[in-house]
Write a protein that binds this ligand. Sequence first.
Ligand code: GLN
Length: 195
Amino acid sequence: MTACAGVVAMQGDVPEHRRALEAAFDDITTTIAVREPAAVERCDLLVLPGGESTTISRLLTEWNLREPIQAHVAAGKPLLATCAGIIIAATEPNDDRIEPLSLLDVSIDRNAYGRQRESFEASVDVTGLEDPFPGVFIRAPRIEAVGDAKVLARYDGGPVAVAQGSVVGATFHPELPNDSRFHRVALGTYVPTPE
Ligand code: GLN
């Protein structure tokens, strides 16, 4: 199987996401930047990256990407939403300026870590991984409550990654360390991992 992965390219570290996907999965042979509905339809896997969630929410509407992304997920195809991405994917982003995609049943505090800890690195315990994963948190949101989603990873006892159906959300940036383990364990059921 060969797969095309798309990274919604509004803000955030699009090249890093593309590199991380190509490093994690042999079968992902094409990665594209997604800026229009037709591009979503080409993708077997989508990434909604970080950035500024109120801006991303507005652009998703302006670029007519909401329905195609929801249809992608309704078809059972995987979506990885990181940092600002998980805020938008949540059912409760808890900010009136954000129109949620409501794909992950979680409640979010957008800038929970505040100014003094705007960015930090911390070990994250990921279900299915023996050793901790290096979590890079950049003005990270915090998951305040988890409904129907399943917790995939924890930092300091609290949830930092969740999954629901084919949607995976993380408050940290799994694309930044040179480490494919999170991608493989979280998305490997959708994309066969290299031996
Ligand atoms: N806290 C930011 C927001 O609300 C997200 C930060 C990030 O994506 N690095 O948009």
